[in-house]
Design a protein around this ligand. Sequence first.
Ligand SMILES: [Zn+2]
Length: 215
Amino acid sequence: MNHIRPLPSYLVHRYHGWKATTWTENRVWYRRLADEGQRPRAMVISCCDSRVHVTSIFGADSGEFFIHRNIANLVPPYSPDGEHHGTSATVEFAVTTLKVAHIIIVGHSLCGGVKGCHDMCTGQAPELEEKSSFVGRWMDLLRPGFERVKDKPEDQRLRALEKESVLVSLENLMTFPFVREAVEADELTLHGLWTDIGAGGLEQYDPASGAFVPL
Ligand SMILES: [Zn+2]
């Protein structure tokens, strides 16, 4: 392991600043979180994109959200095949062990993963079609969404596909038996959001109209 280096100093300084202020002022709360364990009310699944910052948007504190992030906020279909399913593992733990009350899928504008899927599906990104492309094979999950938006005008297609990444995940969540059972027992609610990074906008999926509407 001699390839491992010390943490960059700017992060060390930031850590010491946090320990001296936020942690010190709230140490009773942090100890309580440690003693009592986590009881997050909601699970959030968002994109890895550094501009998507759900804890800032909702002013969330330690212990509030159980967060999973991956490229393009995708949930794969239920597939108990013995392979390594990181996203499915987090959903299973959140629903069966933590018993979260909500799962919130958060998509966003200018999503590079969604654009990659779009380019792959329109023949503009052959490198993503390689079997060895982890991003390409991950973005295969969004192909059903592309099929639903492919006939839209080009200037609307990317944004529509960003929202499809939320809808595909909401559909796939219901293929997990423990998710479906919890939803049908009214012990879990599912929510779809899309955030506009530049405008600071937030839209939620409205099942009645089948559209995303501003909050
Ligand atoms: Zn993204």
